[in-house]
Design a protein around this ligand. Structure first.
Ligand code: CDP
Ligand code: CDP
Length: 221
């Protein structure tokens, strides 16, 4: 395993998880999906019929919340988390609970504990700014909102989901706004992040671009 860290931040549909997984493979790093942890917590609250906006409910749920990561798969107790946390509804729930500082503390602790043991690629919103401010490489991925919505739409349609492009677009717009304007750990590039606009670029092109950025950075240090 390599021993440097890569932070990949950006809005929904910018390609973070797709690119982060490939970069982790290329450089032999451990891949962590921070959004999956916020989604898992939102999913847990909903399952328990707790109120996402109620601070007491959140604090109670945090006492028992237990996510394990085994071979890259995320488990809520014994339940393997997969499509059930990838719905627009759970995306919204994640964005609501992500405003809570105790939830963020819990997620950050899980991520940092793993990053102590391995070189990691973590994707999210605040990895370069808050979670790993000393990461050797910080990338901020972006793309036009239209393209990001189309990517998500194609992905859901491909999985047989019955969704409308305009709903996805509205949903992403709302989540972008909530994530960028919240007081705590808002979505924004770190001062030393490299911004990569992926509009009109396929996955292979973006992976090549980021691979080169990493090679340049790591050689310089
Ligand atoms: O994959 P997508 O970009 O749609 O979302 P995600 O990365 O799974 O994150 C879901 C939600 O969790 C985001 O809209 C954020 O509100 C929150 N999140 C966060 O606040 N900080 C992170 N590091 C990662 C996700
Ligand atoms: O994690 P994030 O929400 O930023 O995006 P993702 O889940 O990695 O990517 C969303 C969708 O866009 C996936 O279906 C990717 O295959 C696709 N994608 C693409 O078509 N072109 C890119 N340059 C990046 C991602």
């Amino acid at each position: 395993m390599s021993n440097f860290n890569v932070a990949i931040d950006g809005p929904a549909g910018s390609g973070k998880s797709t690119i982060a997984k490939k970069i982790a493979q290329i450089f032999n790093l451990y891949y962590l999906d921070s959004g999956a942890l916020y989604r898992a917590f939102g999913y847990y609250l909903k399952k328990k019929n707790f109120d996402l906006n109620n601070e007491n409910d959140i604090i109670n749920a945090l006492k028992t919340f237990n996510v394990k990561i085994i071979n890259g798969d995320y488990y809520l107790f014994d339940e393997k988390l997969d499509f059930q946390i990838r719905t627009p509804e759970i995306g919204k729930a994640a964005s609501i609970v992500a405003k809570n500082p105790f939830v963020r503390e819990k997620v950050n602790e899980i991520l940092r504990n793993i990053a102590k043991k391995h070189g990691v690629v973590i994707d999210g919103r605040d990895i370069g700014t808050v979670v790993l401010p000393d990461a050797e490489v910080k990338i901020f991925l972006t793309a036009s909102i239209q393209e990001r919505a189309e990517r998500r739409y194609k992905e859901l349609i491909g999985k047989g989901k019955n969704v409308k492009l305009e709903d996805i677009l509205k949903d992403i717009e709302k989540r972008d706004k909530a994530d960028s304007t919240r007081k705590i750990a808002p979505l924004k590039p770190a001062d030393d992040a490299i911004i990569v606009d992926t509009t009109g670029k396929n996955i292979e092109t973006v992976v090549k671009e980021i691979k080169n950025i990493i090679l340049n950075k790591i050689n310089l240090e």
